[in-house]
Design a protein around this ligand. Structure first.
Ligand code: LLP
Length: 415
């Protein structure tokens, strides 16, 4: 579903005109659709209905408490990668027994906190980490539930910065080395071996990469079972891509589910998933206002009040985001680079877009619900944007615009 549609010449979020949100709360503002997030979650769970499964939202994509609370109410689990994310999930009312903890660099403090919370599973990424978790659990008098994150050495054919399943990646344990480490884990009394985990990359549009990965994971399940190491779950990670451009073709969830079920066969294992982008990416826009139009000899610029500190993806990955006028104008278009006020040439949101614009116009940067606000910063001492969650005809501020005096919170002048 696309919750951002034109009604009477005005771009709306569900039933709320984006211009009303800008008038009330200012710009730049992230606007999310509750219905779109719910629909994306339900699509995932419906695709796997009848097969034991748990969808663990990867909150690194967007960790706003309102979104976490919404997903927790729908029964979601969560994939966390830090103590901060653990605290957020618990604060939002998430069930600790549905949390998986991923990441290559878990600290002792984070391991202790996750054990105390009673999480579902640690996704372990190295032999050293396994030893560390075992030692901490023994010291705390607990048994730590673990999966090994296995690197299947599959090419997800995505941007190199977000591909994680290749042999040269820092992530996971080589699938060839996994059985030996499982044997060691099974022999450690402070560990409970629960499952196997993988994540091949992000913005993946190729179903075959998952077919290959799933085959490799279930093969390992059988190898281990033959040695008496019986796994309860297989976590296939996240990574399913969304539509940024018209010619992107996201994997159809029903087909993904069919392929995963076929690979699982009659095995009695529960399936876990860690989607981030797929649940929230298309459910958000970044609303921004044109400050100045600056014609140039080589290029024309539309300078807007959102910048790379608000949405880093174009600068970091050369990512393409659609840019739609909130109230389209009739008349001739001009080709603009849509750029922010930050003092960097890399500060652009979009390049070479044909738009009919006047100063003061509002623009919606599309597909900004994932890795938008979550990757924002205060670079150039710019306060972080406001976040609004729309539910039908209602708009709720779910994060206030950061105040200028909050920018130096915790700073001290040395005397
Ligand atoms: N599980 C693990 C272990 C991950 O590392 C990630 C993402 C996910 C799940 C969720 O992946 P998703 O379903 O959202 O694709 N900042 C980049 C994306 C980085 C993804 C990092 N890991 C971007 O803006 O494209």
């Amino acid at each position: 579903m696309d919750p951002f549609r034109y009604r009477d010449g005005e771009l709306c979020a569900e039933e709320v005109p984006l211009a009303d949100i800008a008038a009330r709360y200012g710009t730049p503002t992230y606007v999310y659709s509750r219905a779109a997030i719910e629909a994306a979650f339900r699509e995932y769970t419906a695709a796997f209905a009848g097969t034991p499964h748990l969808v663990c939202y990867a909150l690194k994509a967007n960790s706003n408490l309102a979104i976490l609370a919404l997903l927790a109410r729908l029964g979601a689990g969560f994939d966390i990668v830090s103590g901060g994310e653990l605290a957020r999930v618990l604060h939002a009312g998430g069930d600790p027994a549905k949390i998986v903890f991923s990441g290559v660099g878990k600290t002792d403090t984070e391991i202790v906190a996750a054990l105390a919370a009673g999480i579902l599973c640690f996704n372990v990424e190295s032999a050293s980490e396994l030893e560390r978790i075992a030692a901490i659990a023994a010291r705390e008098g607990r048994r730590a539930p673990v999966s090994l994150r296995v690197n299947p050495h599959v090419d997800a054919r995505t941007h190199p910065y977000i591909a994680t399943g290749l042999a040269e990646s820092k992530f996971g344990i080589a699938h060839t080395a996994a059985p030996e480490l499982y044997r060691r884990a099974a022999a450690m009394p402070s560990l409970a071996v629960r499952g196997i985990d993988c994540h091949i990359g992000s913005q993946v549009l190729d179903l075959d990469a998952y077919v290959e990965t799933a085959a490799r994971m279930f093969e390992l399940v059988d190898t281990l079972a033959a040695e008496g190491i019986v796994l309860e779950h297989v976590d296939l990670g996240g990574g399913l891509g969304v539509r940024y451009r018209d010619d992107d073709t996201p994997i159809v969830l029903a087909r993904y589910a069919d392929a995963v079920r076929a690979a699982r066969g009659a095995r009695e294992v529960k399936l876990l998933f860690e989607p981030g982008r797929r649940l929230v990416g298309e459910a958000g826009v970044l609303l921004t206002r044109v400050l100045y139009l600056k014609p140039g000899e080589a290029k024309h610029f539309a300078i807007v009040d959102a910048a790379m500190n608000d949405l880093l993806r174009p600068a970091l990955y050369a990512a393409w985001h659609g840019v739609d006028p909130v109230r389209p104008r009739a008349g001739a278009t001009t080709v603009y680079d849509v750029v922010g006020p930050v003092c960097e040439s890399g500060d652009f949101l979009a390049e070479a877009r044909a738009l009919a614009l006047a100063e003061g116009d509002l623009l919606a940067v599309r597909t900004a619900g994932a890795y938008g606000m979550a990757m924002s910063s205060n670079y150039n001492s710019r306060p972080r944007a406001c976040e609004v969650l729309v539910d039908g005809a209602h708009a709720h501020v779910v994060r206030e615009r950061e105040r200028i005096d909050a920018l130096w919170n915790g700073e001290h002048v040395a005397r």
